[in-house]
Design a binder for this molecule. Structure first.
Ligand SMILES: [Zn+2]
Ligand SMILES: [Zn+2]
Length: 260
């Protein structure tokens, strides 16, 4: 940026460069006057104004030039509107603020976007992997030899001082990290998921194939596991001071199953 503003020694033939302040200043003061448009020396400043204030906008392509009839006069070509010629500030501002120009500018942005989208090839969701912090359940599931599916039913909470995981699909509540890993890679969770989602009873023998098929289509761990800690009263989130004989996992599993 600094280089282009300063110019360089061997660029004597090139257009003079202006600082952003100089361009802003000229845009505020001279650009709107008719004197500005009748002085051919202003052509570079005119182009600098167009580039700084207008051509940065998507779909805008304005080019400054000088016309020589009886007197020299500056002209702006709007390339988006098939080289419409604008010869004064009034003419210029009416054009760029006008509906036909805005429509054409928007259309050219749309066409650019379409051709960009056409060039992109979409990645299957199972390949578009998110990265998770090492040691998290998501991280380990991503690296599991058994693909984890049906992750949308899983949420986590901070419960009595530690992070626990629940599977709403199988009514498994508040399992610790290792138990939830086992649950999500076990046969029964995958079978239940395929049954609920696709109304398909899968045999144990067919499960690896069916599970891989679902994984290919839906991906496995596409999102961080939702944290529902805020749904719990803060008293329940903190580590319990009284020593309970029932483990938290046990209690909550019962309470969740009771609701069925
Ligand atoms: Zn135009
Ligand atoms: Zn489950």
């Amino acid at each position: 940026m600094a280089e282009s503003l300063m110019g360089s020694d061997d660029s004597a033939d090139e257009a003079p460069q202006f600082t952003e302040e100089e361009i802003e200043e000229a845009w505020w003061t001279d650009f709107t006057t008719s004197d500005f448009w009748t002085d051919e020396d202003n052509v570079d400043m005119l182009q600098a104004i167009l580039d700084l204030k207008y051509n940065d906008y998507p779909g805008s392509e304005l080019e400054a030039d000088v016309e020589y009839f009886s007197n020299p006069r500056l002209v702006v070509y709007c390339l988006v509107c098939s080289n419409v010629e604008l010869r004064s500030y009034k003419h210029f501002s009416t054009h760029v603020d006008g509906k036909p120009h805005k429509k054409k500018a928007a259309k050219s942005v749309y066409e650019d976007t379409c051709s960009t989208v056409k060039r992109l090839s979409l990645l299957p969701i199972s390949k578009a992997r998110m990265t998770y912090a090492e040691g998290t359940l998501e991280y380990e599931l991503q690296r599991s030899s058994v693909p984890a599916i049906g992750m949308g039913f899983v949420f986590k909470e901070k419960y009595r001082g530690k992070i626990v995981y629940s599977c709403q699909l199988c009514s498994e509540a508040r399992l610790d990290h290792d138990d939830m890993f086992k649950h999500l890679t076990c046969s029964s969770h995958a079978m239940e998921y395929i049954f609920v989602k696709f109304q398909k009873n899968v045999s144990l023998a067919n499960l690896p194939v069916e599970r891989s098929r679902v994984y290919e289509c839906e991906g496995g761990v596409n999102f961080s596991i939702v944290d529902f800690s805020s749904h719990l009263p803060s008293k329940l989130q903190e580590a319990s001071k009284s020593s309970s004989t029932l483990s938290p996992t046990r209690v909550s599993r019962l309470s969740l199953k009771d609701r069925r």
